[in-house]
Design a protein around this ligand. Structure first.
Ligand code: NDP
Ligand code: BG6
Length: 513
Protein backbone atom coordinates (compact mmCIF):
# COMPACT_ATOMS: atom_id res chain seq x y z
CA UNK A 1 0.00 0.00 0.00
CA UNK A 2 2.98 2.34 0.18
CA UNK A 3 3.22 5.19 -2.26
CA UNK A 4 6.94 5.56 -2.08
CA UNK A 5 9.88 3.83 -3.63
CA UNK A 6 10.74 1.15 -1.19
CA UNK A 7 12.90 -1.92 -1.30
CA UNK A 8 10.92 -4.44 0.73
CA UNK A 9 14.08 -6.49 0.96
CA UNK A 10 15.62 -3.87 3.22
CA UNK A 11 12.69 -3.82 5.60
CA UNK A 12 12.54 -7.59 5.96
CA UNK A 13 16.29 -7.86 6.46
CA UNK A 14 16.34 -5.25 9.16
CA UNK A 15 14.01 -7.22 11.43
CA UNK A 16 15.31 -9.17 14.40
CA UNK A 17 14.56 -12.88 14.57
CA UNK A 18 11.79 -12.43 17.09
CA UNK A 19 10.28 -9.65 15.01
CA UNK A 20 10.49 -11.73 11.87
CA UNK A 21 8.55 -14.45 13.58
CA UNK A 22 5.93 -11.89 14.55
CA UNK A 23 5.78 -10.46 11.07
CA UNK A 24 5.73 -13.78 9.28
CA UNK A 25 1.99 -14.01 9.95
CA UNK A 26 1.67 -10.33 9.46
CA UNK A 27 -1.57 -10.53 7.61
CA UNK A 28 -3.08 -7.04 7.54
CA UNK A 29 -6.18 -8.40 9.22
CA UNK A 30 -4.32 -10.26 11.89
CA UNK A 31 -2.14 -7.49 13.23
CA UNK A 32 -2.52 -3.98 14.47
CA UNK A 33 -0.18 -1.11 15.31
CA UNK A 34 -0.76 1.03 18.38
CA UNK A 35 1.21 4.25 18.40
CA UNK A 36 1.52 6.01 21.75
CA UNK A 37 2.81 9.55 21.75
CA UNK A 38 4.25 10.02 25.23
CA UNK A 39 4.22 13.75 26.01
CA UNK A 40 1.28 14.32 23.66
CA UNK A 41 0.45 17.69 25.22
CA UNK A 42 3.83 19.11 24.16
CA UNK A 43 5.20 21.26 21.40
CA UNK A 44 6.82 18.55 19.26
CA UNK A 45 3.77 16.30 19.39
CA UNK A 46 1.50 19.10 18.19
CA UNK A 47 3.88 20.60 15.66
CA UNK A 48 5.37 17.49 14.12
CA UNK A 49 4.25 14.07 15.31
CA UNK A 50 0.47 14.25 14.91
CA UNK A 51 0.70 16.13 11.58
CA UNK A 52 3.17 13.51 10.30
CA UNK A 53 0.90 10.67 11.38
CA UNK A 54 -2.00 12.34 9.62
CA UNK A 55 0.03 12.77 6.44
CA UNK A 56 0.89 9.05 6.53
CA UNK A 57 -2.77 8.22 7.04
CA UNK A 58 -3.72 10.53 4.18
CA UNK A 59 -1.24 8.78 1.92
CA UNK A 60 -2.57 5.33 2.94
CA UNK A 61 0.80 4.46 4.43
CA UNK A 62 -0.48 3.38 7.85
CA UNK A 63 -1.58 -0.22 8.35
CA UNK A 64 -5.27 -1.03 8.07
CA UNK A 65 -5.62 -1.48 11.83
CA UNK A 66 -3.96 1.24 13.84
CA UNK A 67 -4.75 3.29 16.91
CA UNK A 68 -3.01 6.42 18.14
CA UNK A 69 -2.89 7.23 21.83
CA UNK A 70 -1.70 10.47 23.35
CA UNK A 71 -0.24 10.04 26.83
CA UNK A 72 0.75 12.87 29.20
CA UNK A 73 0.01 14.17 32.69
CA UNK A 74 -2.29 16.98 31.51
CA UNK A 75 -5.93 16.22 32.12
CA UNK A 76 -7.61 15.88 28.74
CA UNK A 77 -10.42 13.86 27.23
CA UNK A 78 -10.25 12.15 23.84
CA UNK A 79 -12.26 15.09 22.49
CA UNK A 80 -9.78 17.61 23.95
CA UNK A 81 -6.88 15.78 22.31
CA UNK A 82 -8.70 15.66 18.98
CA UNK A 83 -9.48 19.32 19.25
CA UNK A 84 -5.85 20.16 20.06
CA UNK A 85 -4.49 17.96 17.28
CA UNK A 86 -6.96 19.22 14.66
CA UNK A 87 -5.53 22.73 14.98
CA UNK A 88 -2.16 21.71 13.58
CA UNK A 89 -3.21 19.23 10.90
CA UNK A 90 -2.76 20.50 7.40
CA UNK A 91 -3.42 19.05 4.03
CA UNK A 92 0.23 18.61 3.17
CA UNK A 93 -0.36 17.03 -0.21
CA UNK A 94 -2.25 19.98 -1.56
CA UNK A 95 -2.98 22.83 0.78
CA UNK A 96 -5.96 23.94 -1.31
CA UNK A 97 -7.56 20.55 -1.03
CA UNK A 98 -10.24 19.98 1.54
CA UNK A 99 -9.10 17.12 3.73
CA UNK A 100 -11.78 17.51 6.37
CA UNK A 101 -13.29 14.09 5.76
CA UNK A 102 -9.93 12.36 6.04
CA UNK A 103 -9.10 14.45 9.10
CA UNK A 104 -12.31 13.36 10.81
CA UNK A 105 -11.57 9.72 10.05
CA UNK A 106 -8.03 10.16 11.38
CA UNK A 107 -9.10 11.96 14.54
CA UNK A 108 -11.59 9.19 15.33
CA UNK A 109 -8.61 6.88 15.68
CA UNK A 110 -6.83 9.19 18.15
CA UNK A 111 -7.39 8.72 21.88
CA UNK A 112 -5.92 10.08 25.07
CA UNK A 113 -4.86 8.66 28.39
CA UNK A 114 -3.72 10.85 31.22
CA UNK A 115 -0.98 9.46 33.44
CA UNK A 116 2.33 10.02 35.18
CA UNK A 117 5.52 9.08 33.37
CA UNK A 118 6.82 7.08 36.33
CA UNK A 119 3.64 5.18 37.14
CA UNK A 120 3.51 1.53 36.09
CA UNK A 121 -0.10 1.56 37.21
CA UNK A 122 -0.99 4.35 34.78
CA UNK A 123 0.80 2.56 31.94
CA UNK A 124 -1.07 -0.63 32.88
CA UNK A 125 -4.32 1.33 32.43
CA UNK A 126 -3.06 2.42 29.03
CA UNK A 127 -2.22 -1.20 28.23
CA UNK A 128 -5.80 -2.21 29.03
CA UNK A 129 -7.18 0.45 26.70
CA UNK A 130 -4.74 -0.51 23.92
CA UNK A 131 -5.81 -4.14 24.23
CA UNK A 132 -9.45 -3.19 23.80
CA UNK A 133 -8.62 -1.44 20.54
CA UNK A 134 -6.37 -4.24 19.37
CA UNK A 135 -9.27 -6.67 19.61
CA UNK A 136 -7.21 -9.84 19.99
CA UNK A 137 -5.03 -9.23 16.93
CA UNK A 138 -1.23 -9.43 16.99
CA UNK A 139 -0.40 -6.18 18.70
CA UNK A 140 2.58 -4.20 17.53
CA UNK A 141 3.35 -1.20 19.67
CA UNK A 142 5.32 1.95 18.98
CA UNK A 143 6.03 4.45 21.75
CA UNK A 144 7.26 7.89 20.76
CA UNK A 145 9.05 9.58 23.68
CA UNK A 146 8.27 13.22 23.08
CA UNK A 147 9.22 14.32 26.58
CA UNK A 148 12.17 16.03 28.25
CA UNK A 149 15.20 13.70 28.56
CA UNK A 150 15.22 13.56 32.36
CA UNK A 151 12.05 11.43 32.26
CA UNK A 152 13.03 9.13 29.35
CA UNK A 153 14.04 6.25 31.62
CA UNK A 154 10.96 6.43 33.85
CA UNK A 155 8.72 6.33 30.81
CA UNK A 156 10.67 3.52 29.12
CA UNK A 157 10.64 1.46 32.29
CA UNK A 158 6.88 1.83 32.76
CA UNK A 159 6.04 1.35 29.09
CA UNK A 160 8.18 -1.76 28.78
CA UNK A 161 7.08 -3.36 32.07
CA UNK A 162 3.39 -2.49 31.86
CA UNK A 163 2.45 -1.76 28.28
CA UNK A 164 4.68 -3.69 25.90
CA UNK A 165 3.16 -6.05 23.39
CA UNK A 166 2.60 -9.63 24.44
CA UNK A 167 2.64 -11.15 20.97
CA UNK A 168 4.08 -8.61 18.50
CA UNK A 169 6.92 -6.12 18.45
CA UNK A 170 7.47 -3.17 20.80
CA UNK A 171 9.62 -0.28 19.60
CA UNK A 172 10.49 3.02 21.23
CA UNK A 173 11.42 6.19 19.37
CA UNK A 174 13.71 8.31 21.53
CA UNK A 175 14.07 12.01 20.79
CA UNK A 176 17.32 13.88 21.19
CA UNK A 177 19.17 14.97 23.27
CA UNK A 178 20.84 11.60 23.90
CA UNK A 179 22.88 12.87 26.83
CA UNK A 180 25.15 15.90 27.14
CA UNK A 181 28.51 14.18 26.71
CA UNK A 182 30.10 10.76 26.40
CA UNK A 183 29.45 9.80 30.02
CA UNK A 184 25.82 10.87 30.24
CA UNK A 185 25.06 9.38 26.84
CA UNK A 186 26.61 6.04 27.86
CA UNK A 187 24.62 6.13 31.09
CA UNK A 188 21.40 6.79 29.14
CA UNK A 189 22.12 3.92 26.77
CA UNK A 190 22.89 1.61 29.70
CA UNK A 191 19.63 2.52 31.42
CA UNK A 192 17.60 2.13 28.23
CA UNK A 193 19.11 -1.30 27.72
CA UNK A 194 17.84 -2.43 31.10
CA UNK A 195 14.39 -2.40 29.57
CA UNK A 196 14.90 -2.57 25.80
CA UNK A 197 17.20 -4.32 23.36
CA UNK A 198 19.18 -2.17 20.93
CA UNK A 199 16.83 -3.32 18.15
CA UNK A 200 13.88 -1.83 19.97
CA UNK A 201 15.48 1.60 20.36
CA UNK A 202 14.94 4.05 17.51
CA UNK A 203 17.07 7.14 18.25
CA UNK A 204 15.73 9.81 15.99
CA UNK A 205 17.75 12.50 14.23
CA UNK A 206 15.16 14.18 12.08
CA UNK A 207 17.80 15.55 9.69
CA UNK A 208 18.29 11.99 8.45
CA UNK A 209 14.67 12.01 7.34
CA UNK A 210 15.07 15.12 5.18
CA UNK A 211 14.65 14.49 1.49
CA UNK A 212 18.00 15.90 0.39
CA UNK A 213 19.90 14.09 3.09
CA UNK A 214 18.26 10.86 1.90
CA UNK A 215 19.26 11.81 -1.61
CA UNK A 216 22.91 12.26 -0.71
CA UNK A 217 23.72 8.57 -1.10
CA UNK A 218 21.70 8.31 -4.31
CA UNK A 219 23.60 11.26 -5.74
CA UNK A 220 26.95 9.74 -4.83
CA UNK A 221 26.42 6.09 -5.54
CA UNK A 222 24.14 6.12 -8.56
CA UNK A 223 25.93 8.75 -10.66
CA UNK A 224 29.26 7.84 -12.17
CA UNK A 225 30.36 11.45 -12.34
CA UNK A 226 30.49 12.22 -8.61
CA UNK A 227 32.06 9.24 -6.87
CA UNK A 228 35.44 9.41 -8.66
CA UNK A 229 35.78 13.05 -7.56
CA UNK A 230 34.70 12.35 -3.96
CA UNK A 231 38.07 12.49 -2.22
CA UNK A 232 41.03 14.64 -1.18
CA UNK A 233 42.31 14.42 -4.73
CA UNK A 234 39.61 16.72 -6.09
CA UNK A 235 37.80 18.22 -3.10
CA UNK A 236 39.37 21.19 -1.33
CA UNK A 237 36.91 21.48 1.49
CA UNK A 238 33.39 20.57 2.53
CA UNK A 239 31.10 22.96 4.37
CA UNK A 240 28.10 21.96 6.45
CA UNK A 241 26.02 24.99 7.22
CA UNK A 242 22.96 25.38 9.44
CA UNK A 243 21.49 28.78 10.06
CA UNK A 244 18.21 29.99 11.50
CA UNK A 245 16.90 33.54 11.26
CA UNK A 246 15.23 33.36 14.68
CA UNK A 247 16.53 32.89 18.20
CA UNK A 248 15.75 30.29 20.82
CA UNK A 249 12.25 31.73 21.28
CA UNK A 250 10.34 29.56 23.73
CA UNK A 251 13.08 26.91 24.07
CA UNK A 252 15.68 28.92 25.99
CA UNK A 253 15.35 26.73 29.09
CA UNK A 254 16.24 23.60 27.15
CA UNK A 255 18.78 25.32 24.94
CA UNK A 256 20.82 26.88 27.71
CA UNK A 257 21.62 23.45 29.10
CA UNK A 258 22.86 22.24 25.70
CA UNK A 259 24.06 25.03 23.38
CA UNK A 260 24.41 24.96 19.62
CA UNK A 261 27.26 22.40 19.46
CA UNK A 262 25.13 19.74 21.16
CA UNK A 263 21.87 20.93 19.61
CA UNK A 264 22.95 20.92 15.95
CA UNK A 265 26.60 19.96 15.32
CA UNK A 266 27.04 16.77 17.32
CA UNK A 267 23.96 15.25 15.72
CA UNK A 268 22.40 16.86 12.62
CA UNK A 269 25.57 18.16 10.93
CA UNK A 270 27.75 15.24 12.00
CA UNK A 271 25.23 12.74 10.65
CA UNK A 272 25.26 14.52 7.30
CA UNK A 273 29.05 14.52 7.35
CA UNK A 274 29.17 10.77 8.01
CA UNK A 275 26.80 10.04 5.12
CA UNK A 276 28.74 12.40 2.91
CA UNK A 277 32.13 10.89 3.66
CA UNK A 278 31.43 7.17 4.13
CA UNK A 279 32.70 4.46 1.79
CA UNK A 280 30.26 2.57 -0.41
CA UNK A 281 28.27 0.28 1.89
CA UNK A 282 28.11 -3.43 1.11
CA UNK A 283 24.34 -3.10 0.65
CA UNK A 284 21.49 -0.79 1.53
CA UNK A 285 20.87 -2.80 4.66
CA UNK A 286 20.70 -0.63 7.78
CA UNK A 287 23.63 -2.36 9.45
CA UNK A 288 25.86 -2.02 6.40
CA UNK A 289 25.15 1.69 6.12
CA UNK A 290 25.59 2.33 9.81
CA UNK A 291 28.83 0.32 9.84
CA UNK A 292 30.26 2.68 7.21
CA UNK A 293 29.11 5.77 9.10
CA UNK A 294 30.75 4.53 12.30
CA UNK A 295 34.03 3.99 10.44
CA UNK A 296 34.02 7.62 9.34
CA UNK A 297 33.27 8.88 12.84
CA UNK A 298 35.97 6.69 14.34
CA UNK A 299 38.51 8.00 11.80
CA UNK A 300 37.90 11.58 12.84
CA UNK A 301 40.20 13.67 15.02
CA UNK A 302 38.48 14.84 18.23
CA UNK A 303 37.74 18.52 17.86
CA UNK A 304 40.33 20.88 19.38
CA UNK A 305 39.54 24.16 21.07
CA UNK A 306 41.63 26.14 18.57
CA UNK A 307 39.50 24.75 15.76
CA UNK A 308 36.30 26.15 17.24
CA UNK A 309 34.76 29.61 17.32
CA UNK A 310 31.72 30.26 19.47
CA UNK A 311 29.27 33.14 19.48
CA UNK A 312 26.13 34.35 21.20
CA UNK A 313 23.58 36.74 19.76
CA UNK A 314 23.00 40.12 21.28
CA UNK A 315 20.12 42.53 20.89
CA UNK A 316 19.86 44.49 17.66
CA UNK A 317 17.55 47.20 16.42
CA UNK A 318 16.69 47.28 12.75
CA UNK A 319 13.99 49.25 10.95
CA UNK A 320 12.60 50.43 14.27
CA UNK A 321 12.24 46.85 15.58
CA UNK A 322 14.38 45.68 18.48
CA UNK A 323 15.33 42.02 18.41
CA UNK A 324 16.20 40.46 21.79
CA UNK A 325 19.54 39.19 22.98
CA UNK A 326 19.79 35.50 23.87
CA UNK A 327 20.06 36.43 27.55
CA UNK A 328 16.86 38.50 27.34
CA UNK A 329 14.99 35.18 27.33
CA UNK A 330 13.53 34.87 30.85
CA UNK A 331 14.44 31.19 31.04
CA UNK A 332 18.13 31.94 30.34
CA UNK A 333 20.53 33.12 33.10
CA UNK A 334 21.68 36.71 32.48
CA UNK A 335 25.33 35.67 32.61
CA UNK A 336 24.94 32.64 30.35
CA UNK A 337 27.95 31.82 28.16
CA UNK A 338 26.04 29.20 26.16
CA UNK A 339 26.94 29.43 22.47
CA UNK A 340 24.10 30.11 20.05
CA UNK A 341 26.63 30.02 17.20
CA UNK A 342 29.63 27.83 16.52
CA UNK A 343 32.01 27.22 13.66
CA UNK A 344 34.40 24.28 13.67
CA UNK A 345 37.04 22.65 11.49
CA UNK A 346 37.01 18.87 11.55
CA UNK A 347 39.27 16.31 9.91
CA UNK A 348 38.89 12.70 8.87
CA UNK A 349 42.21 10.92 9.12
CA UNK A 350 41.67 8.25 6.50
CA UNK A 351 43.05 7.68 3.03
CA UNK A 352 40.14 9.31 1.26
CA UNK A 353 39.89 12.53 3.27
CA UNK A 354 43.36 13.14 4.74
CA UNK A 355 43.90 16.91 5.05
CA UNK A 356 40.49 18.00 3.73
CA UNK A 357 38.85 20.45 6.14
CA UNK A 358 35.22 19.74 6.92
CA UNK A 359 33.94 23.06 8.15
CA UNK A 360 30.77 23.25 10.17
CA UNK A 361 28.84 26.38 10.95
CA UNK A 362 25.63 26.47 12.98
CA UNK A 363 23.84 29.43 14.41
CA UNK A 364 20.59 30.89 15.63
CA UNK A 365 19.38 34.45 15.06
CA UNK A 366 21.41 34.87 11.88
CA UNK A 367 20.44 36.77 8.74
CA UNK A 368 19.03 33.78 6.90
CA UNK A 369 17.42 30.37 7.35
CA UNK A 370 19.19 27.62 5.46
CA UNK A 371 20.83 24.22 5.73
CA UNK A 372 23.38 23.41 3.06
CA UNK A 373 26.24 21.14 2.14
CA UNK A 374 28.82 22.94 0.00
CA UNK A 375 31.60 21.05 -1.69
CA UNK A 376 34.40 23.19 -3.04
CA UNK A 377 36.58 21.49 -5.62
CA UNK A 378 40.25 22.13 -6.29
CA UNK A 379 41.55 24.54 -8.89
CA UNK A 380 41.94 23.31 -12.43
CA UNK A 381 45.67 22.62 -12.83
CA UNK A 382 47.49 24.97 -15.24
CA UNK A 383 46.06 28.39 -15.82
CA UNK A 384 44.64 28.26 -19.30
CA UNK A 385 41.48 30.14 -18.33
CA UNK A 386 42.21 31.03 -14.73
CA UNK A 387 43.64 34.39 -15.78
CA UNK A 388 40.07 35.44 -16.56
CA UNK A 389 39.47 35.56 -12.86
CA UNK A 390 42.50 37.73 -12.05
CA UNK A 391 43.72 36.93 -8.56
CA UNK A 392 40.35 35.69 -7.38
CA UNK A 393 41.05 32.08 -8.22
CA UNK A 394 38.35 30.88 -5.82
CA UNK A 395 35.82 32.11 -8.32
CA UNK A 396 37.13 29.72 -10.91
CA UNK A 397 36.64 26.53 -8.93
CA UNK A 398 33.64 24.27 -9.17
CA UNK A 399 31.29 24.06 -6.26
CA UNK A 400 28.52 21.57 -5.64
CA UNK A 401 25.76 22.84 -3.39
CA UNK A 402 23.17 20.58 -1.82
CA UNK A 403 20.54 22.86 -0.35
CA UNK A 404 18.76 20.77 2.24
CA UNK A 405 16.30 23.56 3.02
CA UNK A 406 14.47 25.76 2.30
CA UNK A 407 13.69 25.54 -1.41
CA UNK A 408 15.48 22.23 -1.87
CA UNK A 409 18.01 22.16 -4.70
CA UNK A 410 21.23 20.60 -5.91
CA UNK A 411 23.35 22.80 -8.11
CA UNK A 412 26.83 22.68 -9.54
CA UNK A 413 28.70 25.88 -10.22
CA UNK A 414 30.59 25.62 -13.48
CA UNK A 415 32.59 28.00 -15.64
CA UNK A 416 31.33 28.78 -19.12
CA UNK A 417 31.94 31.26 -21.85
CA UNK A 418 29.74 34.32 -22.09
CA UNK A 419 28.08 34.04 -25.51
CA UNK A 420 29.52 36.44 -28.05
CA UNK A 421 32.57 37.06 -30.17
CA UNK A 422 34.90 37.79 -27.27
CA UNK A 423 36.28 35.33 -24.73
CA UNK A 424 34.90 36.20 -21.36
CA UNK A 425 34.18 33.61 -18.70
CA UNK A 426 31.18 33.45 -16.47
CA UNK A 427 29.98 31.20 -13.65
CA UNK A 428 26.66 29.45 -14.03
CA UNK A 429 24.65 26.86 -12.17
CA UNK A 430 23.61 23.48 -13.43
CA UNK A 431 20.54 23.37 -11.29
CA UNK A 432 18.18 20.71 -10.01
CA UNK A 433 15.55 22.85 -8.36
CA UNK A 434 13.06 20.57 -6.68
CA UNK A 435 10.04 22.90 -6.86
CA UNK A 436 10.51 23.25 -10.62
CA UNK A 437 11.26 19.57 -11.23
CA UNK A 438 8.68 17.92 -8.95
CA UNK A 439 5.17 19.16 -8.43
CA UNK A 440 4.53 16.99 -5.38
CA UNK A 441 5.17 18.46 -1.96
CA UNK A 442 8.23 17.01 -0.20
CA UNK A 443 7.28 14.94 2.87
CA UNK A 444 8.24 16.18 6.29
CA UNK A 445 11.20 14.32 7.82
CA UNK A 446 9.02 12.99 10.65
CA UNK A 447 6.72 11.24 8.16
CA UNK A 448 9.54 9.18 6.69
CA UNK A 449 11.00 8.38 10.10
CA UNK A 450 7.71 7.37 11.69
CA UNK A 451 6.92 5.13 8.75
CA UNK A 452 10.38 3.56 8.94
CA UNK A 453 9.95 2.88 12.65
CA UNK A 454 6.58 1.21 11.98
CA UNK A 455 8.17 -0.89 9.27
CA UNK A 456 11.23 -1.77 11.36
CA UNK A 457 13.61 0.02 9.00
CA UNK A 458 16.55 1.22 11.11
CA UNK A 459 18.72 2.79 8.42
CA UNK A 460 17.88 6.37 9.41
CA UNK A 461 18.13 5.88 13.16
CA UNK A 462 21.26 6.21 15.26
CA UNK A 463 22.91 3.07 16.57
CA UNK A 464 24.53 3.20 20.02
CA UNK A 465 28.11 2.83 18.72
CA UNK A 466 27.51 5.72 16.30
CA UNK A 467 26.33 7.80 19.19
CA UNK A 468 29.40 6.93 21.28
CA UNK A 469 31.70 7.85 18.40
CA UNK A 470 29.84 11.13 17.84
CA UNK A 471 30.16 12.12 21.49
CA UNK A 472 33.86 11.19 21.58
CA UNK A 473 34.52 13.84 18.97
CA UNK A 474 32.80 16.66 20.79
CA UNK A 475 33.05 15.86 24.50
CA UNK A 476 36.66 17.10 25.05
CA UNK A 477 36.01 20.46 23.44
CA UNK A 478 32.69 20.91 25.24
CA UNK A 479 34.50 20.27 28.53
CA UNK A 480 37.24 22.76 27.60
CA UNK A 481 34.71 25.44 26.69
CA UNK A 482 32.74 24.97 29.89
CA UNK A 483 35.57 24.44 32.36
CA UNK A 484 37.52 27.42 31.03
CA UNK A 485 34.36 29.54 30.78
CA UNK A 486 35.28 30.64 27.26
CA UNK A 487 33.44 33.83 26.43
CA UNK A 488 31.51 33.69 23.16
CA UNK A 489 31.97 36.37 20.52
CA UNK A 490 28.80 38.47 20.54
CA UNK A 491 27.03 39.06 17.24
CA UNK A 492 23.95 41.14 16.51
CA UNK A 493 20.64 39.32 16.06
CA UNK A 494 20.05 38.98 12.32
CA UNK A 495 23.72 39.33 11.34
CA UNK A 496 26.07 36.90 9.60
CA UNK A 497 27.55 35.79 12.91
CA UNK A 498 30.96 36.37 14.51
CA UNK A 499 33.87 37.38 12.30
CA UNK A 500 35.95 34.73 14.08
CA UNK A 501 34.26 32.17 11.83
CA UNK A 502 35.88 33.83 8.82
CA UNK A 503 39.32 33.77 10.42
CA UNK A 504 38.90 30.09 11.24
CA UNK A 505 37.96 29.32 7.63
CA UNK A 506 40.78 31.52 6.31
CA UNK A 507 43.28 29.50 8.33
CA UNK A 508 42.39 26.59 6.04
CA UNK A 509 42.21 28.72 2.89
CA UNK A 510 38.47 28.47 2.87
CA UNK A 511 35.86 31.09 2.12
CA UNK A 512 32.39 30.33 3.47
CA UNK A 513 29.81 29.83 0.76
P1 NDP B 1 7.89 19.92 25.95
O1 NDP B 1 8.71 20.73 26.89
O2 NDP B 1 6.75 20.57 25.27
O3 NDP B 1 7.42 18.64 26.80
C1 NDP B 1 6.52 17.66 26.30
C2 NDP B 1 5.57 17.28 27.41
O4 NDP B 1 6.29 16.68 28.48
C3 NDP B 1 4.87 18.47 28.03
O5 NDP B 1 3.70 18.81 27.33
C4 NDP B 1 4.59 17.99 29.43
O6 NDP B 1 3.37 17.25 29.41
C5 NDP B 1 5.71 17.03 29.72
N1 NDP B 1 6.73 17.67 30.55
C6 NDP B 1 7.41 18.83 30.28
N2 NDP B 1 8.28 19.10 31.25
C7 NDP B 1 8.18 18.10 32.15
C8 NDP B 1 8.83 17.81 33.37
N3 NDP B 1 9.78 18.61 33.87
N4 NDP B 1 8.47 16.71 34.04
C9 NDP B 1 7.53 15.88 33.57
N5 NDP B 1 6.88 16.12 32.40
C10 NDP B 1 7.20 17.20 31.71
O7 NDP B 1 8.87 19.24 24.93
P2 NDP B 1 8.84 19.26 23.34
O8 NDP B 1 7.51 18.77 22.89
O9 NDP B 1 9.34 20.56 22.86
O10 NDP B 1 9.97 18.20 23.01
C11 NDP B 1 9.84 16.83 23.33
C12 NDP B 1 11.18 16.14 23.12
O11 NDP B 1 11.58 16.29 21.78
C13 NDP B 1 12.32 16.71 23.96
O12 NDP B 1 13.21 15.66 24.28
C14 NDP B 1 13.00 17.69 23.01
O13 NDP B 1 14.35 17.87 23.34
C15 NDP B 1 12.84 16.96 21.68
N6 NDP B 1 12.83 17.84 20.52
C16 NDP B 1 11.92 18.86 20.44
C17 NDP B 1 11.89 19.67 19.31
C18 NDP B 1 10.87 20.76 19.17
O14 NDP B 1 10.86 21.41 18.12
N7 NDP B 1 10.02 21.01 20.14
C19 NDP B 1 12.84 19.46 18.19
C20 NDP B 1 13.72 18.33 18.37
C21 NDP B 1 13.70 17.57 19.52
P3 NDP B 1 2.42 17.10 30.69
O15 NDP B 1 2.69 18.22 31.61
O16 NDP B 1 1.05 17.12 30.11
O17 NDP B 1 2.79 15.76 31.23
C1 BG6 C 1 16.17 20.69 16.45
C2 BG6 C 1 16.88 21.67 17.32
O1 BG6 C 1 16.78 19.42 16.57
O2 BG6 C 1 16.26 21.12 15.10
C3 BG6 C 1 16.29 23.05 17.14
O3 BG6 C 1 16.74 21.26 18.67
C4 BG6 C 1 16.27 23.46 15.68
O4 BG6 C 1 17.05 24.00 17.88
C5 BG6 C 1 15.63 22.36 14.86
O5 BG6 C 1 15.53 24.65 15.57
C6 BG6 C 1 15.77 22.67 13.38
O6 BG6 C 1 15.04 21.74 12.66
P1 BG6 C 1 14.48 22.11 11.22
O7 BG6 C 1 13.93 20.84 10.70
O8 BG6 C 1 13.43 23.17 11.44
O9 BG6 C 1 15.62 22.65 10.44
Amino acid sequence: PLNRLKDEFIAVNSLTESEEAAVSDDDENESTVSITVVGASGDLAKKKIFPALFALYYEDCLPKHFTIYGYARSKMTDADLRNMVSKTLTCRIDKRENCSEKMDQFLKRCFYHSGQYDSQENFAELNKKLKEHEGGRISNRLFYLSIPPNIFIDAVKCASLSASSGNGWTRVIVEKPFGRDSESSAALTKSLKQYLTEDQIFRIDHYLGKELVENLSVLRFSNLIFEPLWSRQYIRNVQLIFSEDFGTEGRGGYFDHYGIIRDIMQNHLLQILALFAMETPVSLDAEDIRNEKVKVLRSMRPLQLDNVVIGQYKSHTKGGVTYPAYTDDKTVPKDSLTPTFAAAALFIDNARWDGVPFLMKAGKALHTKRAEIRVQFRHVPGNLYNRNFGTDLDRATNELVIRVQPDEAIYLKINNKVPGLGMRLDRSNLNLHYAARYSKEIPDAYERLLLDAIEGERRLFIRSDELDAAWSLFTPVLKDLEENKIIPEYYPYGSRGPVGAHYLAARYNVRWG
